[in-house]
Design a protein around this ligand. Structure first.
Ligand SMILES: [Zn+2]
Ligand SMILES: [Zn+2]
Length: 87
């Protein structure tokens, strides 16, 4: 029983604490702290007309794709910085 509980905890990794205050970008531009980290906006964000959430998943994916077309590493760069400390 206790093993099951531990596995449950492991699968629920904490999401990075990111928040933004985007006034106009609708959080679908790299100006948005959340979007630029490939994270959806949450309760801590005080953004305006946010589209970076499940209700606008469609638009979010499109915006994401547009960014990746310009820079395929737009999102992965940051992940690598966090993951790889080898130089
Ligand atoms: Zn946000
Ligand atoms: Zn937002």
């Amino acid at each position: 029983m206790s093993i099951e509980g531990e596995m449950g905890v492991q699968s629920m990794l904490p999401r990075p604490e990111v928040s933004c205050k985007c006034p106009k970008s609708k959080c679908l531009l790299m100006y948005c702290e959340c979007f630029s980290r490939d994270v959806m906006c949450g309760d801590k964000c005080s953004c305006y007309q946010c589209r970076n959430n499940v209700d606008f998943e469609d638009k979010r994916q499109k915006a994401r794709k547009a960014v990746l077309e310009k820079d395929p590493n737009a999102f992965t760069n940051k992940l690598e910085v966090i993951g790889g400390e080898q130089s």
